[in-house]
Design a protein around this ligand. Structure first.
Ligand code: IMP
Length: 428
């Protein structure tokens, strides 16, 4: 079976935990977009693994992990993560890297920072990891791909033409240009290290699909950060939607069996951009502290708000989620008043969709439904029926609004802290 995990909000929904959870039944786990702007934290038997480049199945012995063509890769960071795992005893990593994935070069990181500084008040609030500038070069056809590392003559050509343009741009922005030789030597060195992992992952995945392997595609970021369907321009430079998986991994459309949407029980976002259900009061502070809502990558405090089901519906409309995994609901214990945003008011009208421009979104006012809070600690509960009635009502409302079953309810960070409500592996 082929599963896709998709974040239904602005990222940081807890995808890493559910990916790791589902991955236990998978043969292959694939990252298909983004780069080290994503931070996945896995907690297994109290051991914490912070990953930003490697797929979430990497610490499981039997899983092959794939970084597909839609990704952009910071090689320093990737090698650092591989080495850290090796030091912890994970010496036989089953890892494949697409020869078509693009490399985040040091100048991409410089340019990301320089563009943001230039925009000052209108900045995007990027993670400054060079993601946007790397995807710009991919689209402009002057990117350097992982496969290029294995052919020194071709790499020389690619780097020479990239630097011709990039150094001009860097000079214009008062940034230091790059000398060819040290950069080239470093890329060759990376090529030597990564050679055993580099392959045509599209071929590999197609074979695996034909051989009925269980495959999980894990999204980074969330649907509202989609370059096309998110809150543009306050978005990332790839598409985290399940719809983008076939292109980002080189597999046929029809091969995807199920999409699991990851929905945090409240809403957060980092960076700039409109956020209709945002809170600026003590409820926000309470949720931020209880939920440890600080960026995994940048450590920035996350903006916090009530659950916004208009956002979730937008994601659902775009990519038809089969099941929902509801995350961090334990954080809502004691939150009073407890509300869910069920619609927006825009120019006197009630709407249940995300307007296409940020100007319109910024004018939307949230319409809330209030829920009875619950006080009980739910972090040790493993059975749906044992949850407090008010908590079950909150969950049932989400299911009804989205007309989709909640399959997993996460009540803590560890793999064990999960209530299984529906069997996502059954054939339906
Ligand atoms: P970029 O992806 O670094 O270009 O950043 C663009 C926007 O996406 C910024 O608002 C970032 O904060 C946001 N973003 C990127 N990656 C993540 C993530 O993994 N979680 C949450 N927000 C993210």
């Amino acid at each position: 079976m082929v599963f896709v995990i998709e974040g239904m909000q602005w990222g940081d929904e807890g995808k890493g935990k559910i990916t790791d959870f589902i991955a236990q039944k998978m043969d292959i786990v694939v990252r298909h977009q983004g780069g080290n702007n994503a931070g996945h934290t896995l907690v297994i038997d109290n051991k914490k693994f912070a990953l930003s480049c490697l797929p979430s199945g990497i610490v499981s012995k039997n899983i092959t992990n794939v970084i597909a063509n839609g990704c952009v890769i910071n090689l320093d960071k990737l090698i650092e993560e591989i080495n850290t795992l090796k030091e912890q005893g994970y010496t036989n990593l089953k890892l494949l890297i697409s020869n078509k994935a693009h490399i985040i070069m040091p100048y991409h990181i410089d340019l990301d920072g320089a563009y943001e500084a230039l925009l000052s008040n209108n900045k995007i609030g990027t993670t400054k990891k060079g993601i946007g500038p790397c995807y710009i070069d991919k689209a402009a056809r002057r990117g350097i791909r992982i496969g290029d590392l294995l052919n020194k003559d071709y790499l020389k050509e690619r780097l020479t033409s990239a630097l011709t343009i990039k150094n001009l741009e860097l000079k214009m922005l008062n940034k230091k240009p790059y000398d060819f030789q040290p950069l080239f030597d470093k890329l060759c060195y990376f090529g030597e290290i990564l050679k055993p992992y580099i392959t045509d992952t599209s071929l590999y995945l197609n074979n695996a699909i034909n051989n009925k392997k269980n495959i999980l595609f894990e999204g980074a970021q969330g649907s509202m950060l989609c370059l096309d369907h998110g809150t543009y321009p306050y978005v990332t430079s790839s598409s985290p939607l399940a719809n983008s998986v076939p292109l980002n991994a080189g597999i046929p459309l029809k091969s995807i069996d199920k999409v699991v949407g990851i929905l945090k029980a409240y809403t957060t976002r980092v960076g700039e951009g409109p956020f209709v259900s945002e809170l600026h009061d003590e409820t926000a502070d309470l949720i931020r502290e209880k939920g440890h809502e600080y960026g995994t990558v940048t450590k920035r405090p996350r903006r916090v708000g009530y659950l916004d089901l208009v956002v979730a519906k937008h994601t659902h409309r775009l990519s038809n989620v089969n099941y929902i995994s509801l995350m961090l609901i334990d954080v809502l214990t004691g939150v009073n008043p407890l509300k869910i945003c069920i619609g927006y008011e825009l120019d006197g009208e009630t709407i249940d969709f995300i307007p296409s421009t940020i100007e319109e979104i910024s004018r939307c006012k949230p319409i809330y439904k209030e829920f009875e809070p619950w006080k009980e600690d739910i972090s040790k509960i493993r059975n749906y029926n044992d949850l407090p009635l008010n908590c079950k009502k909150y969950i049932s409302f989400i299911e009804e609004y989205l007309n989709t079953k909640v399959a997993f309810i996460s009540v803590g960070a560890d793999r064990k802290d999960t209530i299984i409500k529906e069997d996502i592996f059954k054939n339906d």
